[in-house]
Each structure stands twice: as C-alpha cells, then as structure tokens.
Ligand binder design. Structure first.
Ligand code: PEP
Ligand code: MN
Length: 341
C-alpha cells in the first residue's frame, strides 16, 4: 500500500500517518517526491483497510498496490530515479557507457583497456575480479588483486568502477574498491545476497537472470529497495531461449517495459545479450533507440587472447566506431524525447 499525501501536507501530518502505520506493526519508506510525499507501507498490509488512512489530515489518497513489488514500482515513485554514481548520473536522460574487459587479467591489461574505454567516451570501467564461470576449471578471476588493479586504472583516468560481487562474504571487500556492485545473472535470485548488497548504500547493477521473467527481476530489485539504502540499475543481458546462434536472446522490449513498471534506470548489455562481437554494435544502437539509460559493453585490447568472453568483446577500432554511432543516436533520442514530453 502507498499513501499519497496532499502537496501542502505538513511534516507533522506526515509524521502522524507514519506513527499510525508503525502502531499497526508495519514499517514505512517515506519518499519525498517533487510534488507529493509518498509513504510506502512495508509488510503484510492485507489486514489494513486502505480507506482508514484517507481520514487522516494531509492524506490525498491511499492505494493498495496489488503487485508483489512496491518500492520498485512506478506507482510508488512516479518520477524517474536518477542514480548518482559518485558524480556520474544514470537515469537523468543522458546515456552512460560502462566499458571494459570481461575479466581483469593484470594491471597492464586493465590500464590499456581503461584508456580505450575513456577515449570512446565511457565514464565507468567494468571488469570482473570474481568470475561466475560455467566450468570450475575455467579462470575464476584475480579476486582482490584484480580489484586493486581496476580501481587504480579507473582512478588514473577519473573513471568510476563497476564489478561483480558473487558472495555475501566478499561484499565488504568489493565495496571498498567499486562504485557500483554488479549482481550477475546467475545470482539474480540469490535473495540473501540481494538483501546484503542492499544494505551497502552503493548502487546495485542488477543483471536479469538467465531465465528471469520481468516480474521476477522486479521482485529481485524489491529485495534491494526494501533495505532503503541502495538504488538499483537494471541491466538487460539477454535471456536463454531455444536459439543457439546467439548466446542469449536480447530482450529489448524489457527497456520500455521496465521503464513503464519501475522508476529505476535500465541499461543494456549487448555483449552478453548476443555473445557475438559483430552483433554488439547493432544491438547497442538498438538499446539507445529503445530508451535505455546506458550500456555496459565488453572491450579488450586483444579479444582473440582474452581470458574470458573474447568472442563477444570489441577491440579498440570496433569499439570506437560503435561509440561514434551511439553518439549520433543519443542526439536523435534527445529530439524524440522532446516530442514525447
Ligand atoms: C559479466 O558481466 O561478465 C557476466 C558474467 O555477466 P552475466 O552475469 O550477465 O552473465
Ligand atoms: Mn563476460
């Protein structure tokens, strides 16, 4: 349930409603919207009569949200949430690129990749130090050593860092080096991990599960949102279908759909979405056109010798070309958004 306060409601009226909700044994999340304060009621609201709250002073109306996710929903927060990654804004109408290798392989490699990423216009450096690999014999990541390297490479170029955290026991360590914590597709429904990263206050890049439905993905975000600390950035990375020619089936309709259902930003991952390097640029362009707030893309100075995901990584030339094309479309999208407004 959400309680929408009148736009002239006083602080005391808001506090009174909050008190009444707490007396009913429920918890709240107060959202200071640009026009109205919206009070989200957390917990089992089935036994609460919605109408009861309408009688309190300052309340405009209360609405039961029948969806299983609430704080993530547009109803709760009608305006777009802008995620501030230490100064880099995601969801403010701009298009933010996160680029880097699948795996951090060493200091020289991540430095060189960061240089390429920056030249193309990326503001955030990606790179895995904890790698979820299908085979237990495949390279599993440089762990803390890799985290040190990516932080150093990013700092040298004034970039931000996104990297994956796979395990609750590593959250503190990864958070010490990274600006965004990435939850990988394989962990989208690792609810304990979601709850724990949600307590860090760092933005969470939440990949869509390999077979995750939109509804499951939104509920996964809710596990983070309900902790009341960390904003979510959805990352569409394709889903498993019967089609073997691409690694995944890139679901671009997720972009406008998530935007309709949630206030959190969504970015696209055309690298894992296709798994084939020469399909990455067309799908990145399509991501811009679909209205994504940014993208995360795998690049490597020498894709043929990458330790993971070389087949879907762009080299400097193909990456820079893609970024030029993306820039053209970002400008075109600004005009389209003006028509829509
Ligand atoms: C990655 O970003 O390298 C990765 C492992 O992605 P996903 O979790 O989407 O498979
Ligand atoms: Mn990868």
């Amino acid at each position: 349930m959400i309680i929408i306060m009148k736009n002239n409601a006083t602080k005391e009226q808001v506090a009174h409603v909050v008190k009444k909700i707490k007396e009913a044994g429920l918890d709240v999340n107060v959202d200071q919207g640009s026009e109205h304060v919206v009070i989200g009621v957390k917990g089992d609201t089935r036994k609460i009569a919605t109408d009861g709250f309408n009688a309190y002073e300052g309340v405009e109306r209360s609405v039961k949200i029948s969806k299983s996710y609430k704080l993530t929903s547009r109803e709760f927060h009608p305006q777009d949430t802008v995620v501030d990654v230490d100064g880099v804004k995601i969801g403010d109408g701009s298009f933010v690129t996160m680029a880097g290798p699948c795996s951090i392989e060493g200091l020289a490699q991540i430095r060189e990749t960061a240089r390429m990423a920056k030249v193309g216009g990326a503001q955030i450096l990606r790179g895995g130090a904890f790698k979820p690999r299908t085979s237990p014999y495949a390279f599993q990541g440089l762990e803390e050593e890799g985290l040190k390297y990516i932080r150093q490479a990013a700092d040298e170029l004034d970039m931000k860092v996104i990297t994956e955290v796979m395990d609750e026991s590593h959250i503190e360590m990864v958070a010490a080096y990274s600006d965004i914590l990435q939850i990988g597709a394989r962990n989208m429904q690792n609810y304990k991990l979601l709850q724990a990263v949600g307590k860090t206050g760092k933005p969470i890049g939440l990949k869509r599960g390999i077979s995750g439905t939109i509804d499951e993905w939104l509920n996964a975000a809710e596990y983070i949102a309900v902790q009341d600390k960390s904003p979510v950035i959805f990352i569409e990375r394709g889903i498993r279908t019967y089609e073997p020619m691409t690694r995944n089936t890139f679901d671009l309709s997720a972009v406008p759909l998530i935007k309709k259902l949630s206030h959190f930003p969504i970015i696209v991952d055309p690298s894992h979405g296709t798994g084939v390097w020469d399909l990455v640029a067309p799908m990145a362009r399509a991501g811009v056109a679909a209205g994504a707030d940014g993208m995360i893309v795998e690049i490597h100075p020498d894709p043929a010798n990458a330790w993971s995901d070389g087949q879907q990584s762009l080299n400097e030339k193909t990456y820079l070309k893609m970024m030029q094309e993306v820039d053209i479309l970002v400008d075109a999208m600004k005009k389209i958004k003006q028509i829509e407004a």
